[in-house]
Ligand binder design. Structure first.
Ligand SMILES: C[S@@+](CC[C@H](N)C(=O)[O-])C[C@H]1O[C@@H](n2cnc3c(N)ncnc32)[C@H](O)[C@@H]1O
Length: 281
């Protein structure tokens, strides 16, 4: 399959929420000194060029970072400030063309003792990853199936892990497959922090993901979601969310503040947000 390319969607409303919340979670884990292993299982190319024809085709970034970037000098929560600073660092010439994706954000935030692995199976996306980053002992670039990587790389030797699952959901079974893969990984590594992104689409298949995860018996699953249907009525993907298994306690307040701010600024208060337990402790 693998026809999806994230460059067409880079920086849209879902990316804004996803990248800020991911940063809040990583920062929450970094509150303790012990090293963390991070797995960006569906990495894409790491850094997106907003001037590229793919990004310009539908200019989806105008529903996300394009709307928020002009607010970067105003008051905003800590997670948003961090995100703006990381984007600014990628554009040190003062332009605004290079948008860091999940791998670039985690790579920039990683501390000396942390380890990061990024996987993508798509040949072009993987080449992008290789061009953007230099692999090292602490940073592995893997042209490898994400589901296989979960089996092979968990549990990590650090005993602390942030596992980011951001599939393209090209096939409808993927919602159930992701839940099953998390349930299986959780059996071997129950203390890992699993972050699962999902889109809100008219078919509402994210409900399959919810159902399957609830059935798995995993506890402590936080749901952070923003529905922007009233703001972007022409977009098929009218919102997005993240399920976070074992959310770091230190990140909860930050995530809530980020969600509030993004909802207010992206949807002028018309967004429907959700912040609460899908499954409590
Ligand atoms: C939504 S994009 C990831 C975006 C990225 N996480 C970000 O936030 O910048 C999903 C990526 O997963 C890759 N992918 C899809 N199925 C995969 C699989 N089974 N194993 C590894 N990569 C896969 C696709 O090629 C695509 O680049």
């Amino acid at each position: 399959m693998l026809s999806y390319q994230h460059s067409y969607h880079a920086g849209n409303h879902a990316d804004a929420l996803k990248h800020v919340i991911l940063g809040d979670i990583a920062a929450g884990m970094f509150n303790k000194d012990a090293p963390v292993f991070m797995l960006d299982a569906f990495a894409s190319r790491g850094i997106y060029d907003l001037n590229a024809p793919e990004a310009q085709k539908n200019s989806e970034f105008e529903t996300g970072i394009g709307k928020l970037w002009p607010l970067r000098h105003g008051p905003c929560p800590v997670g948003i400030k961090r995100w703006f600073a990381l984007i600014a660092a990628e554009n040190s010439d003062g332009s605004f063309t290079r948008l860091p994706g999940s791998t670039a954000l985690l790579h920039a935030m990683a501390r000396e003792a942390d380890r990061l692995a990024a996987c993508d199976l798509h040949p072009q996306e993987f080449d992008g990853l290789r061009m953007a980053f230099q692999a090292s002992r602490r940073f592995s670039l893997l042209k490898r199936d994400a589901f296989e990587a979960l089996k092979a790389l968990l549990p990590p030797k650090e005993k602390r892990g942030l596992i980011f699952l951001d599939p393209s959901y090209e096939v409808k079974e993927e919602y159930r497959l992701i839940a099953k893969a998390v349930a299986e990984a959780h059996r071997r590594f129950a203390t890992g922090v699993y972050v699962i992104w999902y889109p809100l689409l008219p078919a509402e298949r994210h409900l399959d993901l919810f159902k399957e995860l609830k059935r798995s018996g995993i506890r402590k699953i936080l749901r952070v979601e923003l529905d922007c249907a009233d703001s972007f009525p022409d977009m098929q993907m009218h919102g997005s969310g993240m399920l976070i298994v074992n959310p770091p306690w230190h990140a909860e307040q930050a995530m809530q503040a980020s969600l509030e701010w993004i909802s207010e600024k992206l949807t002028d208060g018309k967004g429907h947000k959700h912040f609460g337990w899908l499954v409590p402790e």
